[in-house]
Design a binder for this molecule. Structure first.
Ligand code: SF4
Length: 233
């Protein structure tokens, strides 16, 4: 994948709507377009658009084994409402067993290194499996979610996973996301109404107050960059 290919994609889709761009990618890259969802608000917008157009895009999720029950509820509701398959990837059982046997179930609170180890086993390794052999990875990242994400592009080459990344909601505001979900009656995680904005694993996510940064509720005990290795920015 070259910079020229990314530029060509940007040029070709410059005047397309989000729906048109998704349909174009599905057609151009056939069965090699995947979308990762963790059932957050942004992900639900993209899921609804893919489902309504019945696009041949594989939707997948990473079940870390430590998710909130509320996340499983919206997972189930989404599959049922749109009658879609959501492919689920689990961490390798032996890797989880070894981690827990060696360090216990909550080692992620003890150091950034331990936390990254857990994220690698439960998220990154399954993601590598999910992306393997695919050409385009659609994400629900938005620029205002964190400083790290401010310099993302609509299309970019992700060298870590050797794949084109498409971030269609990059410039959307949270209000635009919420308005879309309300207007289209899209299932939402009930935790959003309780102050949870960015929702990940249960032991590593807390609600935030109005004056806190959107990512403040993730790994709140750390002062690191608040990313888990799935996204480089
Ligand atoms: S978010 Fe927490 S529980 Fe989930 S994979 Fe990362 S460290 Fe483990």
């Amino acid at each position: 994948m070259s910079i020229a290919s990314i530029k060509a994609l940007l040029n070709t889709t410059a005047t397309f709507s989000l729906k048109e761009t998704l349909a174009f990618l599905a057609n151009e890259y056939k069965d090699k377009v995947v979308f990762s969802t963790s059932f957050g608000q942004e992900d639900q917008v993209i899921t609804a658009i893919i489902a309504k157009q019945n696009l041949p895009i594989t939707i997948f999720t990473l079940d870390t084994g430590r998710l909130f029950q509320e996340t499983y509820d919206v997972f189930h509701k989404t599959m049922t409402k749109y009658k879609i398959d959501i492919k689920t990837y689990f961490p390798e059982a032996t890797a989880v067993e070894e981690l827990l046997n060696e360090k216990g179930p909550n080692s992620f609170y003890e150091s950034v290194e331990n936390r990254k180890e857990c994220c690698f086993i439960r998220k990154v390794a399954p993601l590598i499996k999910a992306l393997k052999g695919n050409s385009v990875w659609i994400t629900g990242l938005r620029a205002e979610q964190s400083e790290n994400r401010n310099d993302l592009d609509l299309f970019e080459y992700d060298s870590k996973f050797d794949i084109i990344k498409f971030n269609p909601l990059l410039k959307w505001t949270l209000k635009e996301v919420e308005d879309y979900l309300e207007a289209n009656n899209v299932p939402q995680n009930t935790l959003h109404k309780k102050g949870f904005v960015s929702i990940g694993c249960a032991p590593c996510t807390r609600a935030i107050s109005d004056d806190e940064d959107i990512r403040a509720g993730r790994w709140w005990w750390e002062s690191s960059h608040k990313e888990c290795g799935l996204h480089q920015k």
